[in-house]
Design a protein around this ligand. Sequence first.
Ligand SMILES: Cc1cc2nc3c(=O)[nH]c(=O)nc-3n(C[C@H](O)[C@H](O)[C@H](O)COP(=O)(O)OP(=O)(O)OC[C@H]3O[C@@H](n4cnc5c(N)ncnc54)[C@H](O)[C@@H]3O)c2cc1C
Length: 263
Amino acid sequence: MLEVVSFPTAAEAAAAMTPDSRFLGGGTLIMNRVNYFDARVKRIVHSPDPALRQIARDGDRIAIGAGVTMTGLIGHREVDFLTPAARAVGGPAIRNMATVGGNLMAPHPYGDLTVALLALGADLRMADGREMSLEAFLAERRGLVQAVLVRRPDSDALRFRKVARVKPKGVSVMSMAAHLTRAAGRLSGARVAYGAMGPTPLRVPAVEAALEGASLDANGIAPALAVATEGLELPDDPIASAWYRREVAPVHLRRLLLGEEAR
Ligand SMILES: Cc1cc2nc3c(=O)[nH]c(=O)nc-3n(C[C@H](O)[C@H](O)[C@H](O)COP(=O)(O)OP(=O)(O)OC[C@H]3O[C@@H](n4cnc5c(N)ncnc54)[C@H](O)[C@@H]3O)c2cc1C
């Protein structure tokens, strides 16, 4: 028997979560599990809290409610830099339902938006009031997320790329994002993240280290391409073999970093 409960605020919903409860975002993933009688889901928790659905300035950051959908992100003035990643999630029907919070929790090969948020160094405000980095959250994926907190990147500093066999709606063979910050004309503190290249979206420390102090041109990024998959345990699955992912990753990393269009 499945119980469905609703609480006025996200904080109350968070307090009511039990190990067999799942919070309901847009339901594109969780309702499939319910429909197939997944015995681990006994309770669906919902909240109409407006804080989950708004995009608002929060000091020098932008707070994106975890219940905002991909469609709600696309073209929104405050977060227009996330449009390419939000547009990469499924087709229009999925984007109308799929939420930011659900994307943070989505299993491999999903999580395209999360890849961009990871490259941006996003933090999360949890419904119980705690704040944590997105990176720390992805290591455990526990608790109810109320909002994602991001700083606006400089124009053209955030780059995103999704590689799929079926276009435009296929799942990711890999997705990549880079936040290319610079000092005195050289890359400094750049962050690079991949999706569908491990159990969750992840940062790529070897690539980030190789980009430190580099110029953003073919010669400058060559050392980063050489370590494109260093230290990663790549998925070997029906979407793509680990071998294929390893072979094509440097090609797509080059296109991402240099802003080249796919041929
Ligand atoms: C046909 C199809 C195509 C898809 N294509 C893509 C794609 O191209 N790229 C991609 O990234 N994804 C894709 N997805 C996966 C999914 O639609 C998205 O990842 C979406 O963002 C998940 O959000 P949701 O609101 O629907 O999650 P839900 O199904 O509502 O929830 C998913 C999980 O997240 C948890 N959750 C939801 N909100 C929160 C919160 N605020 N805090 C903590 N936990 C929460 C739920 O409890 C549940 O465990 C696809 C799915 C389908 C069915």
